[in-house]
Design a protein around this ligand. Structure first.
Ligand code: TMP
Length: 237
């Protein structure tokens, strides 16, 4: 597999073309941003951890029947994926109130929700990724009704699978963000990443935050939290 020109550089990853038109290489960086890029920093080794944690969780989900873009891990920071056209939505699943939901609705952080909450944000940095609903998505043509139904069903299943898996590792899955893409045949697959950057992970015993909120809120020991997630999931650090 030959790595060719860089196609895109995002806040946490770069995407490269390969010698095969339907395959891309994703490279994970240590750069960290928060609040739509306002806060910038570096989390030592984050790229290595997020690459491996994402691939571990996507492999697990694939085993449960969730199609993903993952093909194979190439190196510590690089993974070969299927080329997708990204559906411009951040799909957020919440089990416990935290972050923007707690703020918007005046809920205490850590309050259990009576049922799962599914949210969509329109992926547009200039607009600050605004919250949208099914009507906006249809009216703006961000996804078809059929594709959105598939995405919602996958997201809720992923929540079940991940919550159960992480519970056994004493990690409570508070909330997380997913992105989906369309592959050449038009089918929807899970894309992007599933990592401490994109999930809230709390230690089920101590309640300690083991995710990017440590960076967002200047809680200290950011690297240690990422390493702890890697250790619990992959048995290494
Ligand atoms: P929020 O509470 O800030 O809306 O975040 C909800 C979840 O989505 C949380 O697990 C962090 C994740 N997330 C991202 O992955 N990218 C983002 O840009 C934001 C704002 C949140």
């Amino acid at each position: 597999m030959e790595k060719r020109e860089q196609l895109y550089e995002g806040k946490a990853k770069k995407v490269y073309a390969t010698d095969q038109p339907e395959r891309y290489i994703v490279e994970y960086k240590d750069d960290a941003t928060a609040f739509n890029g306002l806060k910038k920093g570096t989390i030592q080794n984050k790229g290595v951890i997020n690459n491996q944690v994402t691939n571990h969780l996507m492999t697990y989900l694939a085993g449960k029947g969730i199609p993903t873009h993952l093909l194979r891990e190439l190196s510590e920071r690089e993974t070969l994926v299927k080329k997708v056209s990204i559906v411009p939505l951040e799909v957020i699943v919440r089990n416990i109130a935290a972050g923007s939901l707690a703020k918007r609705l005046g809920l205490a952080e850590g309050e259990k929700l009576r049922s799962v909450v599914l949210e969509y944000c329109y992926k547009d940095d200039a607009l600050g990724d605004p919250l949208v609903n099914e009507y906006h998505i249809k009216a703006l043509g961000l996804a078809t009704e059929a594709d959105l139904a598939t995405i919602a069903a996958y997201a809720l299943r992923i929540n079940e699978y991940l919550s159960e898996y992480l519970r056994d590792l004493s990690i409570e899955l508070i909330d997380f963000k997913l992105e989906f893409g369309k592959v050449a045949d038009g089918s929807i697959v899970l894309a992007d990443e599933i990592s401490p950057d994109t999930c809230r992970f709390w230690d089920s015993v101590t309640g300690e935050k083991l995710d990017k909120d440590r960076f967002r809120q200047d809680l200290g020991n950011v690297e240690g939290a990422y390493q702890e997630i890697m250790r619990r999931l992959l048995g290494q650090s």
